[in-house]
Design a protein around this ligand. Structure first.
Ligand SMILES: Nc1ncnc2c1ncn2[C@@H]1O[C@H](COP(=O)(O)OP(=O)(O)O)[C@@H](O)[C@H]1O
Ligand SMILES: [Mg+2]
Length: 325
């Protein structure tokens, strides 16, 4: 369960998110609709920690072993982190730059195996039996984006962010780590000729590429994928990251109809077969009809209608303000 309580965020005089209280549940696809400027993306930014709320709380039910891993890792790193805290403030931007450097120098790259062992441990840690499965509600609204990602909240950005000069498989591995807030590129030697990952990691990356039907593009470079395929790649990355909560900002925008169906079926599988909590910002009303278990309509920062897709899309206010009928 992900719970937003009286969440409020203003920019200057504009209440971008105005006293929003919502519960999201695993296994369900919830759509967030509303006109431009309604506050949908701001809501995602609050949940994923890129923005801090002025008021209100965000609570996430977390299995306790994730918190333990988190604090252990934090202790290990606290010194290093202090030294780099300034640069981390805009971590994603920095990684974007480093990614470009990597692309520029990417004749080949090698990942230091020791670092990768840690990663392997991380992946295994998610599946070991003796971990503490008890669940507690954690306040996440003061946490940093990478901490929130480590607790299982992943995001698909509106502007798909794939490394164009890297192969799909590297995009999955490096990209997922990036979204999890790691700095994968620290672990990369640019001057080696061969890419070496732990075998388990490669297998898992191939598995998720297969799942999104990009198996035959494993070795293709980001730039050689269609826009829709890049979105699939970004979904593969989210799968690789093992997130429990997926925030998808316009997953079908700019994608051709055949590809839309493929993306929708993957999103449905993530919710229904993998029991993930899926929250989608979506402008295509057909898509909203097809995939949503529940719909929230946002206008001027507030949720003013919610319910089953039929009810919300048939609502007079929604039609007047949004659908334009
Ligand atoms: N970083 C920001 N700084 C200032 N105003 C912002 C910022 N982000 C969003 N806003 C404003 O907040 C409101 C909601 O924006 P947004 O969340 O992007 O809406 P939506 O995603 O529903 O189109 C808009 O009025 C927008 O201009
Ligand atoms: Mg938006």
């Amino acid at each position: 369960m992900l719970r937003l309580v009286n969440l409020t965020k203003s920019f200057g005089g504009v209440k971008a998110v105005d006293n929003v209280s919502v519960d999201f549940k695993p296994g369900r696809i919830t759509s967030l609709i509303g006109p431009n400027g309604a506050g949908k993306t701001t809501l995602f930014n609050l949940i994923s920690g890129f923005l801090k709320p002025d008021k209100g709380e965000i609570l996430l039910e977390v299995e306790m072993w994730k918190m333990e891993n988190r604090s252990e890792r934090q202790e290990d790193r606290s010194k290093k982190q202090e030294a780099r805290s300034k640069r981390r403030e805009d971590r994603s931007e920095m990684l974007e730059v480093r990614g470009k450097e990597l692309e520029a120098g990417s004749k080949g790259l090698e990942v230091r195996s020791k670092k990768m062992e840690n990663r392997k441990w991380k992946i295994e840690a998610r599946s070991t039996k003796q971990e503490d499965r008890s669940i507690e509600q954690i306040k996440i609204h003061q946490m940093k984006p990478f901490e929130i990602a480590q607790l299982g909240i992943g995001r698909l950005f509106q502007d798909v962010r794939v490394f164009k000069k890297l192969r799909s498989i590297d995009n999955v591995i490096l990209g997922a780590e990036k979204l999890a807030g790691e700095n994968p590129l620290e672990a990369v030697f640019l001057n080696h000729k061969v890419r070496k990952y732990e075998r388990g990691i490669i297998e898992k990356a191939k598995e998720v590429l297969d799942f999104v039907e990009l198996k035959d593009k494993t070795e293709s470079y980001g730039e050689d994928l269609s826009y829709g395929q890049q979105k699939l790649l970004a979904l593969a990355r989210l799968l690789f990251g093992n997130y429990d909560v997926l925030l998808l900002d316009e997953p079908t925008a700019g994608v051709n109809p055949a590809m839309i169906d493929k993306i929708l079926s993957i999103i449905k599988d993530m919710a229904k077969r993998m029991n993930k909590m899926v929250i989608v910002i979506e402008h295509n009303m057909n898509v909203v009809y097809k995939i949503s278990d529940w719909v929230y309509f946002m206008n001027e920062g507030a949720i003013t209608a919610f319910g089953l897709p039929d009810d919300v899309l048939g609502n007079e206010e929604v039609k007047r303000l949004y659908i334009g009928l």
